[in-house]
Design a protein around this ligand. Sequence first.
Ligand code: NIG
Ligand code: FE
Length: 404
Amino acid sequence: MTATLLTGIAELATNDPARSTPSDPLALQYDAALVWQDGRIVWSGPADRAPAADDRIDAAGRAVLPGFVDSHSHLVFAGDRTEEFRARMAGERYSAGGIRATVAATRAATDDQLRSNLRGLVEEMARQGTTTVEVKSGYGLTVEDEERALRLAREVTAETTFLGAHVVPPESADDPGAYLDLVTGPMLTAAAPYARWIDAFCETGAFDADQARSVLEAGAAAGLRGRLHANQLGPGPGVALACELGLVAVDHCTYLKDADVAALADSGTIATLLPGVDFSTRQPYPDARRLLDAGVRVALASDCNPGSSFTSSLPFCVAIAVRDLGLTPAEAVHAATAAGADALDRSDLGRLVPGSPADLVLLDAPSHVHLAYRPGVPLVAATWRAGRMVPPVDGSNWQPITHG
Ligand code: NIG
Ligand code: FE
């Protein structure tokens, strides 16, 4: 098959595990080149030693990074919550209850409406450098609607997550126990064929630690891996629960006590920070520096959803993480690539070394630092997934951003 040489790379972020260090997490190479074939990287090294290939692309002094791995999103929904956001910016507090407005709109939507919104957002992500995305259900909250959300999500990604335990829907308000039985029983049975992961929103106004534990245990019995929304709106038991259960990642982590930080460091559970949420809900940002200094692995994700974080942009999250979470630009890019991949237990992704999928981003900038230095500027010049440009320049031949 055709081999493609991308040369003239001023700065190549490889995330090569053999060379990545705390002071150089991206394992940068300068004046580099890459060759890919059949969707995988087959060579990387100094540009002046690059082998010949069938196709040759000149990066002309730009930077290249692994594609972003967005390990947390809620893209199967209908409607928007502009009014809620406007009110929040005028001083209202965010509450988990807003989810129910999206549930009503999602239930009323046709498959085609949901599919078109979902694909539009996936394409928007690709244009901003995302090559892998995790997608959750959680705006259906009936057996049929959760199954439908996951079936649609599976059309675009292998990283699908059953989130029946998002909130108790209005029709079950009087009997949350019965709703939990539904989630851990028939809803899980219907969702499991389309899901790889199971998640719960462990927070005041959603589910407590015992309820979240029962959801994760039922999911594990059905073959789903656990992840958790925790410590988003205030201190709580979710992070400790995630660490106790040895989950691969726990997400939000905005309000952490010292014991939570110690538990994360001991368990190796990745803390996935979602700064788009803290931005859009006017919350304090988590202290990523404190986490890294304590030996905790940190990932960054968008949490793209119509309520708490309606951004699809990991470059935006990287810029906030550098400005306000205390990460260096290299740490932030690593958190949105290799660590995002690890948060999905996909260490095959988020690296640009021989054997990796050719999932990469060409920046219209000489270095990754520009992602934070030039916030809000569309610096992604091109994105390739498995060696093919996404979205295609002519908009045809739509491809899901999945490997599995
Ligand atoms: O991750 N925290 C729970 N779920 C989403 C919010 C969803 C919504 O407000 O619609 C989140 O922030
Ligand atoms: Fe979320």
